[in-house]
Ligand binder design. Structure first.
Ligand code: ZN
Length: 364
């Protein structure tokens, strides 16, 4: 008889609360995490004002010992692009958690604050609650985090949050550009899954049908709802957040980022080092996804049109990135993660191929 040796571990958030004015439910969530009583709240100056102070008040009133660490993540451009977090911020949080003998962490903020909290939690072997105040990428519920190092952005192992608390009334007040970017990040799952299928067929890479269908379902839902994703509409935040959470869960099912990160993400990571601070992660992935879908022979116009409808960039100009940098990023993308097989193959694109691809899809 054949010996069956497969096994798999999947770690999911235990509670996901999405909706209008849900911030007050933080007390209930923390009570469920009992016997924890000593919370370290992680935020930045901006998110402290938006939700941090309110949460501190609620939890202190409920008998928790609450300490707060306010990260200084300088803004790159006006109020939209926060600087990428580095290992320095992660260490600040770890130090503070130890100093205050905290039992668990609460990440209150945009992608950067949540990524820092996630990495610190992983190092500390603790739990954390993710409280997004904006939604510019799908990391609020995923087990991976992005940090910056000397070479650009790197993806790090982290933990899935124990709970996600997304208040649509709060997230709606964040610049709409961020939400559109988060939606583009989810839509880009379509090409990530195609790359994963390719790696499965050609490289025998382990493939999860469940993770892939969760991932593409979240993209499909956004394609179907693209008309309703617009500024000033809380319903749009509601739809988008649900898709971002499911996209994160797909990564938990897979146990890696394959369901949500393929060649379009490598292209985006490449831009992070060659054209830093110009566009948001999700915006770059969306544009990357248009081009990678063209290479896969799929319906790339569908992706482009949905991004346009949502108000996410579809061209180099809209990304505020010079054409030359787009070509460079396309040519260098494969080198970002040579171990991850994608439509770019093992050698990547030549300059001629990159130019042709960007032109034909209208990106340059
Ligand atoms: Zn992403």
């Amino acid at each position: 008889m054949e010996r069956f040796t497969k096994f798999k571990t999947m770690i999911f958030p235990r509670e996901v609360i999405v909706g209008h004015n849900t911030t007050d439910q933080i007390k209930g969530i923390c009570n469920h995490l009992a016997p924890s009583t000593n919370v370290l709240l992680v935020c930045d100056k901006n998110t402290k004002k938006i939700s941090g102070d309110r949460i501190e008040k609620i939890l202190s009133g409920a008998g928790y010992e609450v300490n707060m660490v306010v990260l200084s993540l300088p803004l790159i451009k006006r109020d939209v692009l926060p600087a990428w977090p580095t290992i320095r911020e992660v260490n600040t949080v770890i130090k503070e958690a130890k100093k205050t003998s905290s039992d668990f962490l609460l990440g209150v903020g945009g992608g950067s604050v949540i990524d820092v909290t996630k990495c610190a939690t992983y190092e500390l072997s603790m739990n954390f609650v993710s409280v997004p105040t904006s939604a510019s990428h799908d990391g609020m519920a995923s087990p991976r985090a992005s940090l910056k190092d000397k070479k650009g952005s790197i993806s790090k192992s982290a933990v899935s949050p124990m709970a996600v608390l997304a208040d649509t009334a709060v997230i709606m007040k964040a610049p709409y550009r961020m939400l559109a970017s988060g939606c583009a990040d989810v839509i880009s799952n379509l090409t990530a899954v195609k790359d994963w299928e390719l790696a499965h067929r050609l490289k025998d890479e382990e493939f999860s049908t469940f993770a892939a269908s969760l991932s593409t379902t979240s993209s499909q839902l956004l394609l179907d709802k693209a008309e309703d994703i617009r500024t000033g509409l809380e319903e749009a935040v509601w739809q988008a957040i649900k898709c971002m959470v499911v996209s994160g869960v797909a990564m938990s099912v897979a146990g890696n980022t394959r369901p949500a990160s393929g060649a379009e993400h490598m292209f985006s990571h490449m831009l992070d080092s060659t054209a830093p601070g110009k566009a948001l992660h999700g915006e770059q992935c969306g544009v990357g996804s248009i081009m990678m879908m063209y290479l896969h022979g799929g319906d790339w116009q569908l992706i482009r049109d949905a991004l346009k409808m949502i108000g996410a960039p579809t061209t180099a100009k809209e990304l505020n990135i010079p054409k030359k940098k787009i070509i460079q990023a396309l040519m260098g993308a494969q080198k970002i993660r040579p171990d991850r097989y994608t439509i770019l193959g093992e050698l990547g694109l030549t300059e001629d191929a990159a130019k042709k691809l960007a032109k034909i899809t209208g990106v340059i």
